[in-house]
Design a binder for this molecule. Structure first.
Ligand code: AMP
Ligand code: MG
Length: 428
């Protein structure tokens, strides 16, 4: 894909980017994470978008404020503007100048020393004023036909005002590269005068289900068939991650058919997720085919639920060969594919911070594997789904997050603090 005006560039990922270090064929989760973090790199380009298209996009570079916020000092309350000097302890009575300063309608004149001016929230602080007395702390009346206010000192200079640039200074970095833009970020960008941002192209993620037993939702399924549950789940997860799902349908347990779908997926997407057929059995065509590329590594990660994760590069596109069981497919997506896709998408490694919360359950966890339990938060405690079977789709749907138990043995009783990661932390 080049013409004479563009330079040839090497592929972003090396074919051996998933190879395991010598001697490793069984990796703890942290080691698997470290390897993925280390080997992957951003694969998507950059575009400029206006703010109204920036929600959920990933910043390609840091953003600095073109304008200070607030641009000028203004008043934080409704009240009266004064100069604080000489207004010490005791009662003060000051004449009001004619006119006022309101939000969007500043007072042009100078407020002479010993005078006050009516100011309303958000109004520019008039010349000659540095402090605002709260409306509720003032008595207003007339003396000799002239408007006056009375209040008690002392005043704290600058009270009830917002200084120019106190929120964001002009030229200061307001958001870092890799940030996925939130509604609050849009407020910050708009407030500081940003109108367009440089963002990463959305990561396109192809999803392929594999297995002769799978039937499509909405069709008649023979009694030996099951409906494809992974594809709708994975496509929806990708959408909610903020990436672009590319539905590649189902592949039968047939190498040529699967090869053709992978070839097409690699042209349509930046990364490919397959589910099923990833172990080393007779009908595990995903791992068999990926092995042909010479780039495949079957990562045996010490994790429950989970079977080996087949990782490879297919025509330049990284492939995550997820296990077929829906529970394992979802857990492996959240714990491996999602953080890795953060790197590919320009966001950086993405792993939400777990919450430490008391367990509402009891479990005697054996040493060896990291375990992820389907869980939810009720009454401030974490409860887990009754069955740990990795085919139980009902438990995935029941759950609102995962409990993450360490490799070490752990005796959990009610009240023991456990790590809980809510699905919402992934945008789900
Ligand atoms: P596999 O990894 O291909 O050996 O599949 C493991 C288990 O997951 C088998 O019971 C499959 O029938 C099941 N499975 C595989 N793909 C899906 C899918 N897309 N939806 C639901 N179950 C699946
Ligand atoms: Mg299968």
């Amino acid at each position: 894909m080049s013409d004479d005006t563009t330079k040839l560039v090497p592929p972003p990922l090396k074919n051996d980017c998933f190879s395991l270090p010598p001697g490793v064929d069984w990796a703890p989760v942290d080691q698997a994470h470290a390897l993925l973090k280390d080997r992957l790199t951003t694969v998507v380009g950059i575009e400029i978008v206006p703010l109204d298209q920036a929600l959920g996009r990933i910043l390609a570079s840091s953003v600095t404020a073109p304008r200070a916020n607030p641009p000028q000092a203004n008043t934080a309350v409704d009240g009266y503007g004064v100069a604080a000097a000489n207004l010490g302890t005791g009662t003060h009575s000051l004449p009001l100048v004619d006119g006022r300063s309101a939000a969007g309608a500043p007072y042009d004149g100078h407020v002479p020393a010993g005078h006050a001016i009516r100011v309303l929230t958000g109004a520019s602080i008039p010349d000659g004023v540095d402090t605002v007395v709260l409306q509720e702390d003032v008595t207003r009346g007339e003396i000799g036909g002239k408007a006056q206010i009375a209040f008690n000192g002392p005043l704290k200079p600058g009270a009830n005002t917002r200084k120019a640039g106190e929120d964001a200074k002009q030229g200061a970095e307001i958001l870092p590269a890799g940030r996925m833009i939130t509604p609050a970020d849009l407020a910050l960008l708009a407030a500081t005068g940003v109108s367009v941002v440089s963002v990463r192209n959305r990561l396109r993620v192809a999803v392929i289900s594999t297995g002769d037993e799978l039937a499509e939702a909405g069709t008649m399924a023979a009694s030996h068939q099951i409906y494809d549950a992974n594809r709708p789940m994975l496509l929806a997860m990708i959408e909610q991650f903020g990436f672009t799902p590319v539905d590649m349908g189902r592949a039968p347990d047939d190498r040529d058919a699967l090869r053709a779908i992978l070839d097409q997926a690699a042209t349509l997407a930046d990364v490919i997720l397959t589910s099923g057929g990833a172990s080393a059995g007779d009908e595990d065509h995903v791992s068999a085919l990926l092995s042909e590329t010479g780039s495949m590594a079957l990562w045996r990660i010490a994790i429950k639920p989970g079977r080996p994760l087949a990782l490879a590069v297919w025509n330049g596109a990284p492939v995550f060969g997820l296990p077929g069981n829906p529970v394992a497919a979802m857990v492996c997506t959240l714990m491996f594919a999602r953080p890795a896709m953060g790197v590919l998408a320009g966001q950086g490694w993405f792993m939400p911070e777990p919450l430490m919360l008391p367990a509402a359950f009891e479990k005697n966890k054996k040493a060896g594997r990291r375990e992820y339990l389907r869980a939810r938060l009720r009454g401030g405690c974490v409860e887990v789904f009754a069955s740990e079977g990795s085919g139980r789709v009902s438990g995935l749907s029941w759950a609102e997050g995962l409990v993450d138990l360490p490799e070490e043995a752990m005796e959990i009783s009610k009240g023991t603090l456990v790590r809980y990661i809510p699905y919402v932390a992934f945008g789900l």
